[in-house]
Design a protein around this ligand. Sequence first.
Ligand code: GTP
Ligand code: SPV
Ligand code: MN
Length: 601
Amino acid sequence: MKNLAPAIFPPSGIGDAKPANQAVLDWVHEIATLTEPENIFWCDGLDRENEFLIAESLKQNVLIKLNQKKVPHSYLHRSDPNDVARVEQFTFVCTPTKKEAGPTNNWSEPGETYTKLRGLLKGAMGGRTMFVIPYIMGPPDSPLTKVGFEITDSKYVVLNMRIMTRMGEIAVKRLGNDPNAEWNRGVHSLLDVNPERRFICHFPQDNTIISVGSGYGGNVLLSKKCLALRIGSYLARKQGWLAEHMLILGVESPEGKKHYVAAAFPSACGKTNFAMLIPPEHFKGWKVTTVGDDIAWMQVRDGRLYAINPENGYFGVVPGTSYKSNPNAMRSIAHDTLYTNVALTDDGDVWWEGKDGDPPAHAIDWRGNDWTPKPKEKAAHPNSRFTTPMRNNPALDPDVEKGGGVPISAIIFGGRRSDTVPLVYQAFDWTNGVYLGATMASETTAAATGAVGKVRRDPMAMLPFCGYNIGDYFQHWLDIRKRLTNPPHIFSVNWFRKGADGKFLWPGFGENMRVLKWIIDRCEESGGALKSPIGWLPGPHDLDVAELDIDHKCVAELLCIDHEEWQKEIAEHKQFFDSLGGVLPEELLEQREGLVARFKQ
Ligand code: GTP
Ligand code: SPV
Ligand code: MN
């Protein structure tokens, strides 16, 4: 086995933040006995430790130093070229029965899987350092907040987890000494970064995650997709809340009236961008603030849905990010940021496709090779990412730390669809909205390995992230309604519809404010709409397109419902439902029948 990085021995006072809880100590002992590391590094997440780990990472070429005048306190990491995205085909939900994992998850039997993984982990950290990362997901004073421990042999993981979570003492304190307290066990080892030995396995019943063979993003930052979504959704169902792949934003009118909305778009379909939206000139006085850009945990209180962002940072898509498309993201990543798989310019700056200005005449591409601008070869990987603390975001919502969360007025589901799905429409009610979410589809992106641009059903943007049977998940969504006296209104959006020329019909980004404004108007019962078979659509004058350079024909095309396309779409809803192995709420079948009937009216 390749020796990926030798053990590091920190000076005293660093790397010895050992918690007292016996259950954690026993587990760490068990994993250390199995993986045989040279030493154990108990992470505290403090500045001194971080500086030490950055210095070691630079020495071992895990990080590349950037020009500190151009991007202060920022570094570049190149992952293995075979390891640049989530791997859905190697992601498993290991419930006692296959049915619990459901038809949309890869399943493997827990006992056999533990045995296989133990085999792979045996001696895997020999000669190297094992890091133990204590962290919490959620604001410190939230009842939804969860404690996790991640064991890893990757410094890149430690450095990223420090940005993405609240790490160190805060978690140790929250866990306390109760050996029966609820906490997530995460084990990660790079092994030899071989796709043939790459498995991301979840054991929901044990609140345990084991990830091997990868060093990239969602595969290894176990707080994120693994805990906050897959294990999170399992716990959420059991405990009566929702764990969703959603951004959360605040939108405030010039009069000071504020709403919060949560929006589920699949990976690389616009959550970060929407969460950081800056309203165009025409909406002077309107303000959008970010609570979260990727994950929402939501609970019912006093008949309303309240959301928290469990994360502490953003792991965002880099390509396409510019001062034109997303100025708040550009400001956020101007300092104290880790870059993964972007290009390095000759003056030590970072570059990617879609960044402002001309491409550099020469750069080192994401693979570490010389690069000059020419078509086809990308300098940055399409799934290159930034990791940046949410504190860097100039538009951070003031209530982001509020443990009770923010009240949600609207839930939006959105996919990347070049046809069929209009720019925006509103579901008739909650159940109809659950149907809308359950049947949504999107073109696949570079966020996961495999084909890009293939339309697939991605219910609630949770296809890769639901930690249990998707039919039961739909039922959970329907059941939540029973506890809501003031349910959020549910909408669908599609920024990605294309015209006959193959170009996007809608300008997107900041201009999405126009759609958001209609959504807010509908929540306030002041916005006009026309009834269509699929839901409420804005009429010709309901969507504010004043001062927008767009052809009125494009607006009409964006809002049109092509009956032929929808017949095909509805047939695909049926196919999808039929593929779910009989676990599907009756109410959703009825919704489908209603949709078919409305098209016949
Ligand atoms: P994950 O982090 O993978 O969950 O993705 P995300 O949903 O946060 O996606 P993100 O906002 O990073 O956007 C992904 C890609 O979509 C980027 O290349 C954006 O430039 C592009 N994009 C985002 N919003 C819009 C939009 O309104 N219109 C168009 N045309 N593209 C957009
Ligand atoms: C996604 O793929 O939805 C992401 C990036 O947000 S990762 O953390 O790699 O899953
Ligand atoms: Mn995501």
